[in-house]
Design a protein around this ligand. Structure first.
Ligand code: NDP
Ligand code: DGY
Length: 327
């Protein structure tokens, strides 16, 4: 392809080499990369995207009207290295006829696995236990020390039984979960596989011993888990969120955890990210916070990177994308 036919592509971060190799091999791309593991500064993003035909971005890059204007009319495709797309101004993108690629399915297992790990770590107080071993707090075996809550015989409520929600339910059932409740916009035929019972949110929150949030972040789910929500939960119940931080009102969660309104919380996602190290939630023993590592296995990130590159190339050539977001 001659230089003038090359299509300009801006990549907002170092991505796993699997995807980079695909992009480098594609002779049609004039690639420019924010060559860092840290987020691209806004000014550099606006500069880098100017005139681009394709953009590869991450969930930490806010792709709004300002970025789209900075890109200009060449922009044909945005490919995000994530399944979540709440960082993209979808209405504006659609209006401009830009196609979007994303990474569903390939990260479902890794994220579900991490959710189960976080649930068990939170409910059985693993970080506290590890800390006690290190700091000399472990004096002897004590009948009531570091007791938590088990899954056997419990009721689990999943908010958003999508790809990841269902994969979480499948993994939790063999722990002896007695009842699996779920809520969302509509009942799901696939819930049958896990004996899932579709219930109103209010019922789920009141009856569940474990509330697991795995919905997408939308205007309807923003701030869904607030004072009223936590107020309905049992005092012995555990709250887990691996969706997006903004689904939770964190001041209300702090209040619920510190007052004993709920037993514990495990969060893989927060608002903002990173959570400032002096954030009140980090002072609580009954709150386990992870740095958004749901999909973080080497193989998953490699496949996500490949898919992101292939989505981009398909968007540039006007062909069918392996995973295109239906807008
Ligand atoms: P899906 O689209 O398959 O699932 C999203 C679910 O959210 C759907 O079941 C949908 O229900 C539900 N939902 C939407 N609106 C509401 C609502 N108002 N109330 C309750 N449920 C609602 O996506 P995935 O399962 O693949 O991913 C889900 C989310 O997980 C992503 O959007 C992302 O934010 C997050 N994620 C986090 C990761 C991490 O590292 N922690 C890794 C990967 C994803 P319905 O079908 O009825 O519309
Ligand atoms: C996503 O894909 O939306 C996650 O949050 C990161 O894998």
């Amino acid at each position: 392809m001659s230089a003038h036919q090359m299509l300009k592509v801006f990549v907002t971060r170092r991505i796993p080499q699997e995807g980079m190799k695909i992009l480098q091999k594609a002779s049609m791309c004039d690639l420019s990369l924010w060559d860092s593991d840290e987020p691209v500064p806004r000014a550099e993003l606006l500069k880098g995207v100017a005139g681009a035909h394709g953009l590869i971005c991450l969930l930490s890059d806010k792709i709004d009207t300002e970025v789209l204007d900075a890109a200009g009319p060449n922009l044909k495709v945005i490919s995000t290295l994530s399944v979540g797309f709440d960082h993209l101004a979808i209405d504006e993108i659609k209006k401009r006829g830009i196609r979007v690629g994303y990474t569903p399915d390939v990260l479902t297992d890794a994220t579900a696995e991490l959710t189960v790990a976080l649930l068990l770590a939170t409910a059985r107080r693993l970080p506290e236990g590890v800390e006690e071993v290190k700091n000399g707090g472990w004096s002897t075996w004590k009948p009531l020390w570091l007791c938590g809550y088990g899954l056997s015989g419990s009721t689990v409520g999943v908010i958003g039984l999508g790809r990841i929600g269902l994969a979480i339910a499948r993994r939790l059932k063999p722990f002896g979960v007695k009842k699996l409740l779920y809520t969302g916009r509509k009942p799901k035929p696939e819930a049958e596989e896990v004996d899932g019972e579709y219930v109103p949110l209010d019922t789920l929150v009141r009856e569940s011993d474990f509330v697991v949030v795995s919905c997408s972040l939308t205007p309807d789910t923003q701030g869904l888990c607030d004072k009223t929500f936590f107020g309905k939960m049992k005092k012995t119940s555990v709250f887990i969120n691996t969706s997006r931080g903004a689904v939770v009102n964190q001041e209300d969660l702090f209040e619920a955890l510190s007052s004993g309104q709920i037993a514990a919380a495990g969060l893989d996602v927060t608002s903002p990210e990173p959570l400032p190290t002096n954030h009140p939630l980090l002072t609580l023993k009954n709150c386990v916070v992870l740095p958004h590592i749901g999909s973080a296995t080497y193989s998953t990130r490699g496949v996500m990177s490949e898919l992101t590159a292939n989505n981009l190339l398909a968007g540039l050539t006007g062909s069918e994308m392996p995973s295109e977001l239906k807008m």
